[in-house]
Design a protein around this ligand. Structure first.
Ligand SMILES: Cc1cc2nc3c(=O)[nH]c(=O)nc-3n(C[C@H](O)[C@H](O)[C@H](O)COP(=O)(O)OP(=O)(O)OC[C@H]3O[C@@H](n4cnc5c(N)ncnc54)[C@H](O)[C@@H]3O)c2cc1C
Length: 488
């Protein structure tokens, strides 16, 4: 039986480990932390529980596939809670809560401006066609340039409008800013601005509107707990608090891993889930690399980062499950953010899961999560110096939009800066959404799931094909599983 090592118990590593163990491989999963989940782990502050990163799941079909391929049913293993409304969007002069039922959104858009509903319907129809064409591309490995000439890729090129961005594509349906921003803010899930993200990514809001968004009882971190539990149930070995120091390579082939403790463990294959750019610069001796040496990694483009605040609030908050409080001048804010500039006119994401989930805070209290998209570590901003200013802007923004002063109710507080993502989670430059998703770093130009530089090494996670975000990360594990299964 082939032995496989997996490095990192994030969503990518856990899914790959479960799938490969279920196939009968002998899998050992090494995780540096004392718990699973990586950027999606849980954190506890006093009596309050939070997700560190992801707060909602979209396009659940991919996760369903991970569970079913391993012999389980997602719905039986986790309590999925559909979100309706999908989210509340608060702009300078208006706010809207978009429905999980697209038909209701037609009326919602028409209320903003008569005729916007028709634009929305036209947009939905076009996205359906686009999705049909690109689905198969995202589900398969993308190992070489020649795969650009695959039948499915050529078919998709016609609907992908490669020269347009998400923003300019939406302008062809309506020039109304609320319409455009409501259907393009999702580019930030990739750590990009809508005017930079290739228009292909309008499938993100489409998938949200058509297949829904989900909370998981106990938080999204429960997905990781469950994947780990099932992996162990299938006979896999999970080694927590076991940071890998080096991936051992001999004659261009993977040999084993050397742990920080000095222990060496040997195997036939390795799946790396640790952040791709971190892995290339920290876990492999440079002499073994060809395409992805340090100099090359430094020249790549990276996503923005996030500044986080987790608050234990001694009050039941009448805030939606999640909402975005947009900057007054959102276009300018996006430009500043992409130029690595921290502005006063911030946009914030506010997540109040206690509204629908009583397992996260004591009765009558709320576990509140705030995410501020900010430049990554390459900006050289001093996060220590900025901390109190960002906090104040967040509190002011919530007071301005909701008339709510949070400060008197704070029982617990923890903040997390881009530097923390880098130093504590091993995320290169704290660019939490990984390598940027421009066309120059996608498909065969993104690190391949079967790693090109080292034989016997596979890659999963947001820094690899197909890209960042939970569904694509689970998809990377499905692809790696297919590739390894074909070796048998
Ligand atoms: C704030 C935030 C919010 C997000 N929200 C969403 C959302 O709502 N929905 C969504 O779909 N996506 C969201 N994402 C994006 C993405 O889904 C997550 O970032 C996801 O957790 C990334 O998974 P991963 O497997 O690629 O990497 P990671 O979660 O980073 O996993 C890598 C693992 O490798 C481990 N590791 C690193 N170095 C070593 C080493 N030397 N030895 C052993 N182990 C090591 C790490 O500890 C970690 O467990 C969000 C991301 C962030 C940061």
């Amino acid at each position: 039986m082939k032995k496989i090592h997996v490095i990192g118990a994030g969503p990518g590593g856990l899914s790959a480990a479960l799938l490969l163990q279920a196939r009968g491989f002998d899998v050992t999963l090494f995780e540096k932390d004392d718990r699973v989940g990586g950027r999606s782990k849980n954190i506890q502050l006093g009596d309050y529980r939070f997700d560190l990163g992801p707060t909602f799941l979209m396009y659940i079909d991919v996760l369903k596939q991970v569970f079913s391929r391993a012999g389980f049913r997602l719905e039986e293993e986790l309590e999925l809670m559909p979100l309706n409304p999908l989210y509340t969007l608060v702009f300078k002069d208006e706010h809207l809560s978009l429905s999980a039922n697209p038909e209701e959104n037609v009326a919602i858009f028409d209320r903003i401006e008569p005729g916007l509903g028709v634009s929305y319907q036209r947009w939905l129809t076009d996205q359906e066609l686009k999705m049909l064409k690109i689905k198969s591309i995202l589900e398969k490995p993308f190992p070489s340039f020649f795969h650009l000439f695959r039948k499915d890729v050529l078919k998709a090129a016609g609907v992908a409008h490669l020269s347009k961005s998400v923003y300019t594509m939406l302008q062809t349906y309506s020039k109304h800013k609320t319409f455009i921003h409501s259907l393009s803010f999702q580019a930030k899930y990739l750590g990009m601005a809508s005017y930079q993200a290739p228009s292909i990514f309008t499938i993100l809001p489409y998938l949200e509107h058509v297949t829904g968004l989900y909370h998981v009882k106990g938080g999204l971190n429960q997905i990781n707990q469950k994947l780990a539990e099932l992996f162990k149930e299938r006979g896999g070995t999970l080694r927590l608090s076991s940071p890998v120091k080096e991936i051992l390579i001999e004659k261009k082939r993977f040999k084993g891993v050397l742990l920080e403790s000095g222990e060496a463990q040997y195997a036939d294959l390795v799946v790396m889930n640790a952040d791709f750019a971190y892995g290339m610069t920290h876990l492999i001796e440079q002499k073994h690399l060809r395409k992805y040496r340090k100099e090359k990694i430094e020249k790549k483009k990276y996503s923005v980062s996030t500044w986080m605040m987790y608050l234990g609030i001694n009050k039941e908050l009448d805030l939606p499950h999640h909402e975005i409080l947009f900057s007054d001048d959102y276009d300018q804010y996006l430009k500043d953010l992409m130029n690595q500039k921290l502005t006063d006119d911030i946009s914030i994401y506010v997540h109040n899961p206690s509204k629908i989930d009583d397992s996260l805070a004591p009765a009558g209290k709320s576990a509140l999560y705030i995410l501020v998209p900010v430049p990554n570590v390459a900006s050289n901003i001093s996060w220590e110096a900025q901390e109190s200013g960002i906090k104040e802007r967040v509190f002011e923004k919530i007071k301005e939009k909701h008339g709510l002063d949070l400060k008197p109710y704070i029982e617990e507080m923890r903040t997390y800066s881009p530097k923390d993502w880098m130093n504590q989670e091993n995320v290169y430059l704290g660019a939490v959404f990984n390598l940027a998703h421009g066309l120059d770093q996608m498909l065969f130009l993104r690190p391949h799931n079967q790693f090109e530089d080292i034989k016997g090494m596979y890659l999963v996670g947001g820094g690899t094909h197909p890209g960042s975000g939970l569904p694509t990360i689970y998809q990377s594990a499905l692809i790696a599983d297919d590739l390894i299964a074909n070796l048998k």
